[in-house]
Structures are given as C-alpha cells and as structure tokens.
Design a protein around this ligand. Structure first.
Ligand code: PLP
Length: 413
C-alpha cells in the first residue's frame, strides 16, 4: 500500500541511467549549502516527507487529509464523465487556449461556473495557483492598492508580489487594522481587498460582512479565494459569500476545481464580464500555459451538475463535521475554527504533531502533522479534513484513535 522513499530509490537502481553529479567548486559549494539547510530542517523537526501511495485508497486506511470535502473525486458519475470526455475530446490540446486550445467543453464549463456563482462570466486556469498568479498583475497598476490578509494563501501572496500596485498587509481578520489601511489607501485610484474565504490552516472563515461593509465605506472592491469553500459553504454550497449573505458585494472570486469540485486539477476566476475579457487578453498564466485537459473538464463539469441538482452531499458533510468537532472537544482536544470541515487539532509542538500523525497511520487513520513554515512556530497541529464519504463509524474510529494516541504521547491527561 505505502512505498518508502528508500524502496523507491532501490527500485530506480544504478546503471547507465543513474544520476550524474555536476563537478566543479561552485557545484560542490551549492551541494554543501543545500545539505546544511536540509539538516537544519530535519533538526528542527519540521521535515515534510511525501508518503507514496501505490494503490487505490482502501478500507484499511481512512483518509482524513484530503481536500475531497464532498467525496466527488471518487464519485462514479464524476469518473464516468471524465472517461467520456477523454474519449470524445482526446487527452489534451497541446496548446494554450488562444492558439488552438479551446474546445466546446471549456466554454461550457466556464458558463457553468459563472452560473453556479451567479456571476457574469468565468475564465479557466490550470490551477487556482495560476488564477491567483494572474489576476493582480492584470488588474492593478501602480496607481492602485491591494490590501491583503496576512495569512492569505501563498498563491495570493505570490500573485500580489507580481503586481505593481501599492501593497498593504492587514492583521489576520482584524477589521480595525483593515479600516486603518483602507484609510491610508484612500489616496490611490482603486482599492482591492483580498482575502481567503476560508483559511486552510485554521479552518476559520473571513468576516466577509464586515469586510464588505468597510469596502463600501471606503469605496473598495472585494476579492475572495474560495478554494476551501466552493461547493459546500452556504445553504447551496456557493461559498463564503453565500454563507454570509454578501453574494452581491463580492466582486471577484477565484477558486479551484482540485478540491471539492472533483479533485483533479484546475482553477478559475469568476466576476464581471469586462474583467474576465481583460484576463483573457492579459493574464500571463492563462496566455502562456496549456488549456485544461478534457478529462479534468469532464470531472469538474459533472461535479457542478451534481451540486446544482441537490445540496444533500454538502449537508451530509456538515453533519459529519459537527460530529467530529463535538466528540474531539469532549475528548479534551482543542479544535481550531468553527463549523468548517477543516478541523485542526492544535498540539503546539512540531515533533508531537509528527509522531502522533505517524501513530494515527499505524491505527489506519491517515492524517498529517503541520509545522513551521506552513504554520507559525509553536502552533503545530494535525489537520483533519472531514469528507462526505466518511461514515459515522469512520469519524468515531478517528476520534478513538486520537484519544488513544493523545494519551500515549501526553497530549491528553
Ligand atoms: N488557494 C488556496 C486557499 C488553497 O488552499 C490552494 C491549494 O492548496 C490554492 C489556492 C491553489 O489551488 P490549486 O491546487 O488549484 O492550485
């Protein structure tokens, strides 16, 4: 089921295809510097190893660390739609969209995404990382300003780095600080407040009502990244803006097809038509990267159909989230966030998070410890993510394993 990195190295073996080390003083110096840095990471207990899965997920392991919130990545209709799209439209386009990479299914999916979010238009990207990399540079100039939550996802931070607008960083979900920064930013032509809708490390939800109120007061636009909200937050799964009743106040949404919406890959921007038209002309990850493969388009399109038909899957996930959060809290754990399927079990110490996660796997529960630099120092945690595919028994098994492992390692009395 799992393959260790050592086993994979052994499989690759030596021989004529074996790697060659570059020679020369500069290469040797670089190698030494990198090895020292890697040793520091190991020494700090923050090493992140990749666990290689060599089979399908099976009943012997229950996966609690995927962003597969609605279980759609293994839904038979989603898989069938991918196969049909692959057979009808081929493996890929070998092209970016504006050369010869646009098929009818791309246009259909863009129209469906805009309808789902009740926006004017949408544009697809290879990932939401790309959507975030493309939007700020295309939209904002040195005359403008962007105000960003300090804990925004790395891709928003990188996207903002690429643009020439004036940059303001406000304290995490701190509306007094945002207001102060908005006042400072009044001198610029346009202000854009950028925030994750739901923050993936803490499972907390941006105070969008207050953000939109401030945006209105200071004549600013609101951008949200809905990667951890699309498909399941709000009465119809439209996201944080629906949950908090501000669908008509948020101007731009970026989100992913790689989490709740089928879990394959892909991202998008949805919003006003002229903005989407401009992105098709100017957004670099859109202009200079291949169009989405048909199978991926097929998955996402079917996932959206299922969600627009019924919100039963999202409701089932919400009930399981509630079950997990209340049982873990009763067992004595601190779970960050509220009502979100991201349930970070707060442990503090990086090593404790790592050994507990390993022990959980020995009990058939797949979870991952997160430590610096992914989360702040001293705030290590095991991030549990609930999915509609978990049964109540899976949830209870996970809570029991946490209780046992927590007692063993001193995280619980
Ligand atoms: N934005 C947020 C908040 C995310 O959590 C992620 C993925 O981890 C991304 C953007 C990037 O999404 P994608 O995997 O589609 O590139």
């Amino acid at each position: 089921m799992w393959r260790s990195a050592a086993a994979l190295r052994a499989l690759r073996g030596g021989g004529p295809g074996a790697p060659r080390a570059a020679s020369g003083a500069a290469a040797a110096q670089l190698r030494q510097r990198l090895e020292n840095e890697l040793e520091d990471i190991r020494g700090a207990g923050t090493w992140k190893s990749e666990r290689v899965i060599a089979s399908r997920q099976g009943p012997w392991i229950v996966n609690f660390c995927a962003n597969n919130y609605l279980g759609l990545s293994s839904h038979p209709e989603v898989i069938r739609a991918a196969v049909e799209a692959l057979e009808k439209f081929g493996a890929g386009l070998s092209s970016v969209r504006f050369i010869c990479g646009t098929q009818s299914i791309h246009k259909d999916l863009e129209e469906k995404i805009a309808r789902f979010h009740q926006r004017e238009d949408a544009i697809l990207y290879a990932s939401c990382f790309d959507a975030n990399a493309g939007i700020f540079e295309a939209l904002l100039t040195p005359e403008d300003a962007v105000l960003s939550d300090e804990l925004n996802h790395a891709s928003i931070i990188d996207g903002i780095r690429l643009c020439k607008a004036n940059k303001y960083r406000y304290k995490h979900m701190d509306m007094r600080d945002l207001e102060a920064k908005l006042q400072e930013a009044q001198k610029h032509r346009l202000r854009l407040v950028a925030t994750d809708g739901a923050f993936s490390m803490d499972g907390d939800i941006a105070p969008l009502r207050e953000i939109c109120r401030l945006a209105q007061k200071y004549d600013a636009l609101v951008f949200i990244d809905e990667c951890h909200a699309t498909g399941f937050l709000g009465p119809n799964g439209r996201g944080t803006d629906e949950l908090l009743g501000v669908m008509d106040k948020v101007t731009i949404i970026n989100s992913t097809l790689g989490k709740a919406l089928g879990g394959a890959a892909g991202g998008y921007t949805t919003g006003p038509k002229p903005l989407i038209d401009l992105l098709r002309q100017r957004s670099r990850p859109y202009l200079f990267s291949n169009s989405l493969p048909p199978a991926v388009v097929g998955c996402a399109s079917k996932a959206l159909d299922l969600l627009m038909e019924s919100n039963a899957i999202a409701r089932s996930m919400a009930a399981k989230t509630q079950r997990f959060r209340s049982k873990m809290t009763a067992a004595g754990f601190t779970i960050s966030g509220k009502d979100h399927p991201i349930c970070p079990v707060m442990l503090g110490d990086a090593r404790l998070a790592s050994v507990m996660a390993e022990d959980m796997l020995n009990r058939g529960i797949y979870v991952i410890g997160f430590s610096y630099p992914v989360v702040p120092k001293g705030k290590a945690r095991i991030r549990v993510q609930i999915s509609a595919v978990h049964s109540d028994e899976d949830i209870d098994r996970c809570v029991d394993a946490f209780t046992e492992v927590g007692r063993k390692h001193g995280a619980l009395p």
